[in-house]
Design a protein around this ligand. Structure first.
Ligand code: RIB
Length: 343
């Protein structure tokens, strides 16, 4: 049986309200002996104040809910770590919900976290390939009376607190790097093109092609599901069209390309260059190390928590703020000068 505040009061020989004042460190005149008696009794009993009960009084639990679409994707695991570090530095705890890319589970976690008294929610996927699901999610966000910060895959609405990457620039610098190496027949292994973030990456890619007078060939764009196993089934379509380089819209799919190209005895970068997106931990360890587009997760995580803390301290003013961060090209060994004639 979990010890209660009444057990602590009885053991310390004080009133319940005295225990509450001590445990919540309220600035009231209590003798050091009384404080020590209460803390010793609480420690001996293993008493922990009920955060929900405290939240009902103070309206704060110093807890933030984080909903991510897929914790098996290393990108979201890495982003979660940065967000938790940033949250802890500002005195907040993070609780995690994994929606498995499901709008229904996303809505479930939005309501669950709000009901459990979190002070705010960080939502890493408010957009889905099905527009009806996106609307369902945004309706749930708007129905909550606590701040919701949108990150990463968001459907830009007129008034959202958001921290996001400039996905367009990410696609642009990836293509520019390959074009600078002489590649003209560049394949794309894209993310789900029903999502704005991947549409923007493709648009940036196309902008770089246009600036280099390289005609855009939609036959060189194949869609993946962001996981490594989606690379193998679509790779033959690109090889048949004699691409000399492939831009994978995330590192996880680039890893899948490595595995399949190795099985086919196709060398990276001698026979084909590969560039990824996200700069995950393994990308620098791989042989050859993966050239990729890095997302400044540490900076974005700090911006998310700093903004939420400002809002919760009611120091943010009335206007919603969308903060956009620039991607960074990390040139490594998986891309090299184009050696094929037909490229
Ligand atoms: O790997 C997951 C991808 O989807 C990342 O590029 C991230 O931006 C997310 O949207």
């Amino acid at each position: 049986m979990r010890p209660t505040i009444k057990d602590v009061a009885r053991k310390a020989g004080v009133s319940i309200s005295t225990v509450s004042l001590v445990m919540n460190d309220r600035p009231v005149p209590l003798s050091p002996e009384t404080k020590r008696a209460v803390l010793e009794a609480a420690q001996e009993l293993g008493y922990r104040p009920n955060q929900l009960a405290i939240g009902l009084v103070t309206k704060k639990t110093n807890t933030v809910g984080l909903i991510i679409p897929d914790n098996s994707n290393i990108f979201f695991a890495a982003y979660t770590n940065h967000l938790e570090t940033a949250a802890n530095e500002l005195g907040y705890s993070l609780i995690l919900g994994n929606s498995n890319n499901s709008a229904e589970k996303t809505v479930h976690y939005l309501h669950l976290f709000a009901d459990r008294g979190v002070d705010a929610i960080i939502l890493a996927q408010s957009e889905f390939s099905d527009p009806e699901m996106t609307q369902k999610c945004l309706d749930a966000v708007r129905s909550l009376r606590i701040p919701v910060m949108l990150i990463d895959r968001l459907f830009r609405t007129r008034s959202t607190e958001a921290v996001l990457l400039d996905h367009f620039e990410g696609g642009y610098i990836a293509a520019q790097h390959l074009i600078g190496l002489g590649h003209r027949r560049i394949g794309c292994l894209s993310g789900p093109l029903g999502l704005t973030s991947f549409q923007e990456r493709l648009a940036g890619f196309c902008q770089a092609l246009e600036e280099a007078d390289i005609p855009y060939d939609p036959a060189l764009v194949v869609e993946g599901n962001l996981l490594a196993d989606s690379a193998a089934p679509v790779l033959p379509a690109l090889l048949k069209r004699h691409v000399s380089a492939i831009f994978a819209f995330n590192d996880m799919m680039a890893y899948g390309l490595y595995k399949e190209l190795s099985r086919m005895k196709i060398r990276i970068p001698e026979d084909i260059s590969v560039i990824g997106f996200d700069d995950l931990f393994f990308s620098d360890v791989l042989q050859p190390s993966l050239t990729t587009v890095a997302q400044p997760l540490d900076k974005m995580a700090k911006a998310v928590m700093s903004r939420l803390s400002q809002i919760l301290r009611e120091e943010a003013g009335g206007e919603s703020l969308t903060q956009v961060f620039r991607p960074v090209l990390k040139v490594r060994d998986s891309t090299s000068v184009c050696r094929t004639e037909t490229a």
